[in-house]
Design a binder for this molecule. Structure first.
Ligand code: ZN
Length: 454
C-alpha cells in the first residue's frame, strides 16, 4: 500500500513537473514566433511576388520553388518534392450582362465563373433568366421553364448560423449542385448567388465538378449586391442574361507537394504532419486561403529549429498542391504513405484562414482526443479554448480514411467567407499578430505530440 501511495505521489509530481515544463516550452515557442517569426514576411513574398497560383499554372510552379526554399531556410533536415499530376483549368475572358424588363441594352455586372466550369467558347449566349430560391423550388419547376433558360439559384448564405463554416456547408453545396441539376434538365446556363457572408458585390469562385451523366453548361457566380438586384428584377419578370466566356479545362500538368521534415530522435518512423495547401484560386492572392496555412506550417519547423528542440517523433510540414480543384495532392500524399507503410500519429491542417486562433478541431478516437484535451489549458493563454469541433482538413481527410487521427486549426470564422475565393483575399487582409498566433497554436500542438506521442 505504502509503495502504491508513493508511486502515485511520484507519478503526480512527475505529471505536475511535466505540465510545468510544457507550459514553459509553450511560452518559449510563443515568444520565438511573436518576436522573431518569419511567417508574415514569407506570406508577403508568396502573395506579392507570386500572387495567385491555381494548379497547373506557371505561378503554381513558382510557388513550389518558393515553398522548397522557405522550408530549407526554416532549417528542415530534409526537403523534397512529391510528384502530383493536377488539372489545369483556365478562366480566360468572361463576361455576364443583364437586361431587365423595359431596358433596351444589356448591362455588364461583376461576376466570376465557377471553377472547373465550361465557357461559351467566346460566343455570347443569351437566354431568359428563371429564379429559384432553393433546390426545392427548382424541383417544382416545369421542364419548359428550365429548358434553354439560365437558372438563377438565389440561395443565401445563412447569416443566422454563427459558425460560418457551418453556413458554408449549407450554402456551398449550391455551387456543386446547381450546375448539375440544371444541366440534367436542359438549362442553358446557371447563375448562383455567391457563397458569401459579405455585404458587398464581390463574386466568389470555387470548385465544382460535372457529373458524367450531364452535358456541361456554363456556371457563374455574382456578388450579393448584384444578386439582390437580380432577385428584385426577376420578381418583375422579363430578365435576360448574356454569358460570354472562354473558360475551359486543359490537360493534366505535373506538379508537386512540397515536404520538409525534422527527423525524430527516438521514433523517426512515427510522423506528425502539419500542413496547408499551396495552390489557390486564380483571383486575389490566396492569402488567407491558404497562404496562411502554408507559412504557419513552415513557421513550426523554423521555430523548433531556432529553439534547438529535437523532437522524439518526426515532424513533417506538407504544402499540398491542388486542394482547390481536385485534391490530387492530398491523394498523392496519402497513397504514398500507404504504399510506404508510413506511420502517421497525427495530421494537422491549417486551412480556415489566418485569423486569430480560437480552437483546434479534433477528429480521432476518444482515447486520443482525451490525451490532447488533457493539455487544453496550455493553449488558454493564447486565446485557444474551443476543442469541441471535429474538424480536420480536406487534404488530410485522405489520411484520415486510413485511420490517421486528424486535427484542424480553427481561427475566428466571422470574416473568412467575406474574402474566401475572391479578388479580395490578399496579403493586406492578414494581420501579422493573428497569423503568428495561429502558428503558435500549431507549433504548440506539434511540440506536445512530437514530445509525448499520441
Ligand atoms: Zn483552402
Amino acid at each position: 500500500m505504502k509503495v502504491k501511495l508513493l508511486t502515485a505521489a511520484l507519478c503526480c509530481a512527475f505529471l505536475h513537473t511535466q505540465a510545468q515544463s510544457d507550459s514553459v516550452m509553450f511560452k518559449r515557442i510563443a515568444d520565438e514566433i511573436m518576436l522573431n517569426g518569419t511567417c508574415y514576411e514569407n506570406l508577403r513574398v508568396l502573395c506579392k511576388t507570386i500572387g495567385h497560383r491555381l494548379s497547373g499554372t506557371p505561378q503554381a510552379a513558382e510557388a513550389v520553388k518558393w515553398g522548397q526554399k522557405a522550408l530549407e531556410q526554416a532549417g528542415a533536415d530534409k526537403v523534397w518534392l512529391q510528384p502530383v499530376d493536377v488539372p489545369h483549368w483556365v478562366r480566360g475572358q468572361e463576361k455576364l450582362s443583364l437586361r431587365f424588363k423595359g431596358d433596351k441594352d444589356f448591362k455588364e455586372v461583376p461576376m466570376l465563373s465557377i471553377g472547373n466550369t465550361v465557357g461559351t467558347e467566346g460566343k455570347p449566349m443569351q437566354a431568359a433568366v428563371v429564379m429559384v430560391n432553393d433546390i426545392a423550388e427548382f424541383n417544382k419547376l416545369d421542364i419548359a421553364d428550365i429548358k434553354g433558360n439560365i437558372i438563377f439559384f438565389n440561395y443565401r448564405f445563412r447569416q443566422d448560423i454563427i459558425n460560418t463554416f457551418e453556413g458554408y456547408g449549407d450554402a456551398g453545396k449550391y455551387r456543386w449542385l446547381a450546375p448539375n441539376v440544371a444541366a440534367a434538365k436542359g438549362a442553358a446556363g446557371v447563375i448562383i448567388r455567391s457563397v458569401s457572408t459579405g455585404e458587398d458585390d464581390h463574386p466568389h469562385t470555387g470548385s465544382m465538378r460535372y457529373a458524367d451523366t450531364v452535358k456541361p453548361i456554363p456556371a457563374v457566380a455574382v456578388g450579393n449586391m448584384t444578386a439582390n438586384l437580380l432577385e428584385k428584377e426577376c420578381r418583375k419578370g422579363g430578365v435576360t442574361a448574356e454569358i460570354n466566356s472562354t473558360c475551359k479545362m486543359l490537360g493534366m500538368v505535373r506538379s508537386y507537394n512540397v515536404i520538409g521534415e525534422i527527423t525524430g530522435t527516438e521514433h523517426p518512423e512515427k510522423i506528425v504532419v502539419v500542413s496547408g495547401h499551396l495552390d489557390s484560386w486564380d483571383v486575389g492572392e490566396g492569402a488567407h486561403d491558404d497562404g496562411a496555412g502554408c507559412v504557419q506550417s513552415i513557421e513550426v519547423v523554423r521555430t523548433l529549429k531556432a529553439l534547438g528542440i529535437r523532437p522524439k517523433y518526426t515532424i513533417r510540414t506538407v504544402l499540398f498542391m491542388n486542394e482547390e480543384n481536385g485534391v490530387k495532392g492530398g491523394h498523392a500524399y496519402a497513397d504514398s504513405a500507404k504504399a510506404r507503410k508510413e506511420n502517421h500519429i497525427l495530421a494537422i491542417e491549417s486551412d480556415a484562414g489566418g485569423f486569430s486562433p480560437r480552437g483546434i478541431g479534433l477528429d480521432m478516437k476518444p482515447e486520443k482526443k482525451e490525451k490532447i484535451l488533457a493539455y487544453r489549458k496550455l493553449f488558454y493563454p493564447y486565446g485557444v479554448y474551443d476543442f469541441d469541433h471535429e474538424e480536420g482538413g480536406v487534404d488530410i481527410s485522405l489520411l484520415q480514411r486510413q485511420g490517421v487521427p486528424v486535427a484542424g486549426l480553427l481561427p475566428d470564422p466571422q470574416r473568412y467567407f467575406d474574402l474566401h475565393h475572391t479578388r479580395n483575399d490578399v496579403f493586406e487582409q492578414v494581420n501579422h499578430r493573428e497569423l503568428k498566433l495561429g502558428a503558435v497554436t500549431l507549433a504548440g500542438l506539434v511540440y506536445l505530440v512530437s514530445t509525448h506521442g499520441l
